[in-house]
Design a binder for this molecule. Structure first.
Ligand SMILES: NC(=O)c1ccc[n+]([C@@H]2O[C@H](COP(=O)([O-])OP(=O)(O)OC[C@H]3O[C@@H](n4cnc5c(N)ncnc54)[C@H](OP(=O)(O)O)[C@@H]3O)[C@@H](O)[C@H]2O)c1
Length: 245
């Protein structure tokens, strides 16, 4: 490890929930690898925000659906900061349709981006994370709510949760914790693009805390799980949906 601080990799750290997580960890003296796919400027902005507050961060482009590129992110952590303590695997894509109408392309996109990437990221982390490290996979409340038109997406996320439970047992003796976080509806471009307000209003009305989630709400949960104080929680999928599920 470099001069004392911990090193965190946040996949999909340029926008949405991942951005809030990257900025939160960056503000807490973690050195952050901010992965992004295509929004170069957004990733640079996140790095700039972290650096302006005195933190350390670097943006690294990679498509996590490609195992070789995903492994490259772990190489980047070693090259830039001498190793990795924390993996937050946040990237996920959703395409909503009934199972009867789901296309092969959407199935393959979701399983490559959500499921295969989680397997590869967890395998890499199992072999390369420092002892005492932390792993968090961003899943979704759809794995426990059977939301309409979410069958394929939910299946692609549920597999990741099972990998989390298994890995927690496999590497717990090294002091590494492995957890999933299940956001509820959270205000990001992925949520708001193409959604009518009626649907969101309905969801808010069903949510005990009476509002949509914000990316910062999820960053709060992740910040706890990766902290020293979060060290007794492992093998869990933490619901973070304002009580909706
Ligand atoms: N928002 C919600 O309501 C909600 C609810 C439950 C679960 N989730 C989960 O939360 C996670 C984050 O969702 P979000 O709403 O914050 O998404 P988002 O706003 O669409 O942000 C996506 C982020 O992931 C990156 N990304 C996308 N595909 C990638 C790929 N193949 N390789 C590398 N990076 C990639 C994007 O990079 P670029 O900027 O370069 O495009 C961006 O930084 C996902 O796993 C999602 O399933 C979200």
């Amino acid at each position: 490890m470099h001069d004392g601080g911990k090193v965190a990799l946040v996949t999909g750290g340029s926008r949405g929930i991942g951005r809030a997580i990257a900025e939160r960890l960056g503000s807490q003296a973690y050195s952050v690898i901010v992965n992004y796919h295509s929004h170069d400027a957004a990733a640079k902005e996140v790095v700039g925000t972290i650096q302006a507050a005195g933190g350390r961060a670097v943006a690294v482009q990679a498509d996590v659906a490609d195992p070789a590129q995903l492994r490259g992110l772990f190489d980047a952590a070693e090259e830039h900061y001498g190793g990795l303590d924390i993996l937050v695997h946040n990237v996920g894509v959703a395409r909503f349709s009934s199972i009867g109408e789901a296309s092969d392309e959407d199935y393959e996109l979701m399983f490559a981006t959500n499921t295969t990437s989680t397997f590869v990221a967890l395998r890499e982390a199992a072999n390369r994370l420092h002892d005492g490290g932390r792993i968090v996979v961003i899943s979704s409340g759809v794995t426990v709510t059977t939301a309409l038109y979410s069958g394929v997406y939910a299946a692609s996320k549920a597999a990741g949760e099972q990998l989390v439970r298994s890995l927690a047992k496999e590497i717990g003796s090294r002091g590494i914790t492995v957890n999933a976080v299940r956001p509820g509806l959270t205000r990001t471009e992925a949520l708001t693009a193409g959604r009518d307000n009626g649907f969101l209003d309905q969801m808010v009305a069903m949510t005990p805390l009476g509002r949509l989630g914000e990316p910062a709400d999820i960053a709060d949960v992740v910040a706890f799980l990766v902290s020293e104080e979060g060290g007794w929680v492992t093998g869990q999928a933490v619901n973070a949906g304002g009580g909706l599920f």
